[in-house]
Design a protein around this ligand. Sequence first.
Ligand SMILES: *[C@@H]1O[C@H](CO)[C@@H](O)[C@H](O)[C@H]1NC(C)=O
Ligand SMILES: *[C@@H]1O[C@H](CO)[C@@H](O)[C@H](O)[C@H]1NC(C)=O
Ligand SMILES: *[C@@H]1O[C@H](CO)[C@@H](O)[C@H](O)[C@H]1NC(C)=O
Ligand SMILES: *[C@@H]1O[C@H](CO)[C@@H](O)[C@H](O)[C@H]1NC(C)=O
Ligand SMILES: *[C@@H]1O[C@H](CO)[C@@H](O)[C@H](O)[C@H]1NC(C)=O
Ligand SMILES: *[C@@H]1O[C@H](CO)[C@@H](O)[C@H](O)[C@H]1NC(C)=O
Ligand SMILES: *[C@@H]1O[C@H](CO)[C@@H](O)[C@H](O)[C@H]1NC(C)=O
Length: 251
Amino acid sequence: MKQSNSIPSWCVGVTIQLILAAVLHQGFATVAPPTTAQTTAAPHKDPGRPEKGNYLVKNINGTCLLASMGLQLNITFNSVSQNKTVQDVMNLRPNMTKSSGSCDTDSASLQLLTDADKINLTFFFTLNSTSRKYHLSEVSLSAALPDMKEPVVAHNRSLDYLRGTYGYSYMCREEQTLNVAEDLSINTFQVQVQPFGLTGDQFGAAEECQLDEDDMLIPIIVGAALAGLVLIVLLAYLIGRKRSHAGYQTI
Ligand SMILES: *[C@@H]1O[C@H](CO)[C@@H](O)[C@H](O)[C@H]1NC(C)=O
Ligand SMILES: *[C@@H]1O[C@H](CO)[C@@H](O)[C@H](O)[C@H]1NC(C)=O
Ligand SMILES: *[C@@H]1O[C@H](CO)[C@@H](O)[C@H](O)[C@H]1NC(C)=O
Ligand SMILES: *[C@@H]1O[C@H](CO)[C@@H](O)[C@H](O)[C@H]1NC(C)=O
Ligand SMILES: *[C@@H]1O[C@H](CO)[C@@H](O)[C@H](O)[C@H]1NC(C)=O
Ligand SMILES: *[C@@H]1O[C@H](CO)[C@@H](O)[C@H](O)[C@H]1NC(C)=O
Ligand SMILES: *[C@@H]1O[C@H](CO)[C@@H](O)[C@H](O)[C@H]1NC(C)=O
């Protein structure tokens, strides 16, 4: 009687394993990032997370490019003070940064001047008018900071980052690295950008990047596993009940 009414032991075993798997997965997901962050930050001074800046470009039709993002430059240069090649990670401070640029039918640029114009970082976006897709195609940087023996100039015209659709904004909450040249990479934080097809001063609907979608996938998988688990337990319970009822009737 009691035995047939309780949940079968194999079911309990599977339940515990699934719960353990879910908990461990969650645990790794939350524990892993800090350890990697520590190892990469250790050799250099860590400037922390950059502040998010809001930048815009206007033309005769109004605002034609909008960008909201935190930017971090990872530059390799010849240091005067250390008399050797060093790698420095620096944050762009939005309240010290002036934005300008231009917009055309199939190209747009965002120029950021910062640190009393010692850094000129320019982003170029291209629109494919056939497919109505845009992307970040080109980045140029010139930096002449006091500690640089000679100015750093980096330019790459064959990039393919921040891909979006005309009329929509590109969005990525996760940190992303844009590799521009051997001596320059750019870390972006919480990017939302739209270089084409703005309506008024507003971003169009956001297209989320793959990194963010992958991030959202984990809770969905865990949730689905738990839902499946509840169903198995419920079924096992119902089957158990039915058996015990059947037992009553035959007696
Ligand atoms: C301004 O808007 C008009 C009408 O939509 C368009 O024909 C023209 O190309 C736009 N000009 C620029 C510089 O975007
Ligand atoms: C800076 O770039 C180097 C490689 O060029 C990389 O090893 C390092 O982790 C980067 N630092 C950050 C904070 O992105
Ligand atoms: C910088 O280093 C070079 C060799 O690496 C050395 O010849 C030169 O004297 C150093 N300069 C200073 C100012 O220390
Ligand atoms: C810029 O922002 C920083 C931090 O938010 C603040 O400490 C600083 O005073 C600001 N500088 C100016 C010129 O507004
Ligand atoms: C900044 O760089 C862009 C692209 O190389 C260039 O067109 C622009 O003239 C530069 N601006 C200044 C103020 O140097
Ligand atoms: C624009 O997109 C179309 C369709 O995806 C493609 O065939 C074409 O090569 C692209 N043009 C350029 C200049 O990239
Ligand atoms: C430009 O960027 C692409 C993608 O990151 C890279 O493969 C290529 O080597 C870069 N070109 C130069 C000249 O650095």
